[in-house]
Design a protein around this ligand. Structure first.
Ligand code: KIV
Ligand code: ZN
Length: 519
């Protein structure tokens, strides 16, 4: 008997990209989009086309190049937003426009300053406008979880009458409790006339750590679309994590009796890819994809595992595409083995990029006895992060020690072909390097966090530098790996500088939560 399916709507490229420091460039968005297609998501929310020319272009290119899943664009309930979304989506065979308008008393009174009747009128007009372009229209009453139930029921009914084919119920601020949220879904199922003409969807934020629990509770009451993101990235504390909700449905099939179209063997590589491109690392103990998710430390657990895996393991790591070992390759490993591992780690490299990774791998294997996953990731990452580079590190030298004034000399190469050089003193060698880079590029950021760690073990281990910086109130991340930690620090800092320059080129973006302009 075929099982009822839950539709997986991925919003990593829209809500996920709204999280501080997670912005991606066009090439990165396309790469993530392709990985999501291969993962088997049903719908990709590719962005908010009116937000900026860069967002529009990204949605349009994803719509043009990625076929298979439905491609969705977000719009507020006004004509310019909806027209722009259609313009971006129209080249895709399965487009969807997602319109939204806040309905809760707090949003009506303080954000929108609109009466209930006005909200309904605008929602209906927005849905009809979207319907004039295509059939597949989703409507979200923003902050639905805090909306009066009778008003929510009325809005949803009118939205379905106007032609919405999916009704999404966002817990925008992550306030709901699982039982309470499930009751909202049950109430709508029971009381909205025509509810069977639309799919009920859930969109939960994780402010109280309940996004996955709330989504699953709603599914038990008949919701059949879950909006989620890879690694749970998203506004503030993030969204419902795709990997967690999908693996809960799979692992507890006995309980949910539901399925998804996700190829779970691609979960680990997609998670890796998203953390590579956003610079947002997954916490060690994160469910499903964290480094410790399948590690058994306690002796009693290890003993049990050796006797019978199911004593302490409810999922097989192979089901999420996690290879059994971390110690992978060495000097004598060939192209094929490296290619397979690179793919397992989440990279979609073209032949030319792979060839350069293979050459660097051979050079590194001459210097290092064993090559770990983190080494391979560092090699692959250096090859995919080539797109937004305005400035590249040409050379760096520093001088530091007891009784000396720390100083650094840096040479940078500009993509136009010229090289600039300068020197500075600083509070330490790294500070001196950052000062020269700021001086040479003319970009000043406020350093919020700087971390160094060894990515692998042993005397020949590579060092990883991670930087979080603030520029005009926005968080930007940089990350680089090298056997020389000063070089890694300089490259990570330059990544931040290049991101600032790209933001300046692309212009400021509108946030979807801003007030809609009148039609
Ligand atoms: O959290 C939210 O309410 C949203 C809407 C735009 C669906 O992201
Ligand atoms: Zn959201």
């Amino acid at each position: 008997m075929s099982q009822d399916k839950v539709i997986i709507f991925d919003t990593t490229l829209r809500d996920g990209e709204q999280s501080p420091g997670a912005s991606m460039n066009l090439a990165e968005k396309l790469e993530v989009g392709m990985a999501l297609r291969d993962l088997g998501v049903d719908i990709i929310e590719a962005g908010f086309p009116i937000a900026s020319p860069g967002d529009f272009e990204a949605v349009r290119e994803i719509a043009r190049q990625i076929h298979g899943p439905t491609i969705c664009g977000l719009a507020r309930c006004n004509n310019p937003d909806i027209d722009r979304a259609w313009e971006a989506l129209k080249d895709n065979p399965k487009p969807r426009i997602h319109v939204f308008l806040a309905t809760s008393a707090i949003h009506r009174e303080f954000k929108l300053r609109m009466a209930k009747e006005e909200i309904i009128r605008r929602a209906v007009e927005g849905i009809k406008r979207a319907k004039s372009y295509l059939n597949d229209v989703e409507f979200s009453p923003e902050d639905a979880a805090r909306t009066e139930l009778d008003f929510l029921t009325e809005v949803v009914e009118k939205a379905i009458e106007a032609g919405a084919t999916t009704i999404n119920i966002p817990d925008t601020v992550g306030y709901a409790m699982p039982e309470q949220y499930a009751k909202v879904i049950a109430h709508l199922k029971k009381n909205v006339r025509g509810i069977d003409k639309a799919i009920l969807s859930v969109h939960c934020h994780d402010d109280l750590g309940l996004a996955v629990a709330n989504s699953l509770a709603a599914v038990l009451e008949g919701a059949r679309q879950i909006e989620c993101t890879i690694n749970g990235i998203g506004e503030r504390a993030g969204n419902c994590a795709l990997e967690e909700v999908v693996m809960a449905i799979k692992t507890r099939n006995d309980y949910f009796k539901l399925g998804t179209n996700i190829n779970t063997k691609k979960i680990f590589s997609t998670s890796k890819l998203v953390s590579h491109v956003t610079g947002i690392q997954v916490q060690r103990n994160k469910a499903i994809v964290g480094q410790n998710a399948f590690a058994h430390e306690a002796g009693i657990h290890q003993d049990g595992m050796l006797k019978e895996r199911s004593t302490y393991e409810i999922m097989n790591p192979l089901d999420i595409g996690l290879a059994q070992t971390d110690l992978v390759l060495g000097k004598h490993s060939g192209r094929h083995a490296l290619k397979q591992r690179v793919q397992e780690l989440g990279y979609h490299l073209d032949e030319a990029q792979f060839q350069r990774v293979f050459e660097d791998f051979k050079t590194l294997a001459d210097r290092k006895k064993v090559i770990y996953d983190a080494d391979i990731e560092a090699l692959a990452e250096a090859k995919i992060h080539t797109d937004p580079t305005v400035w590249t590190l040409e050379a760096v030298t520093c001088n530091a020690g007891t009784g000396t004034i720390p100083s650094a000399v840096v040479a940078l190469w500009h993509k136009d072909g010229h090289i600039v050089r300068d020197a500075c003193i600083g509070d330490g060698p790294v500070d001196a390097v950052f000062k020269v880079i700021s001086k040479l590029t003319g970009v000043n950021v406020t350093l919020k966090d700087y971390r160094l760690r060894n990515v692998t073990v042993g005397e020949d281990a590579q060092g990883e530098a991670q930087i979080e910086a603030l520029f005009e109130g926005k968080v930007l991340n940089g990350r680089a790996v090298s056997t020389d930690v000063i070089e890694a620090s300089a490259v990570a800092f330059l990544q931040v500088i290049n991101r600032v320059i790209m933001r300046q080129v692309q212009g400021e973006r509108i946030k979807p939560t801003e007030n809609p302009p009148p039609n």
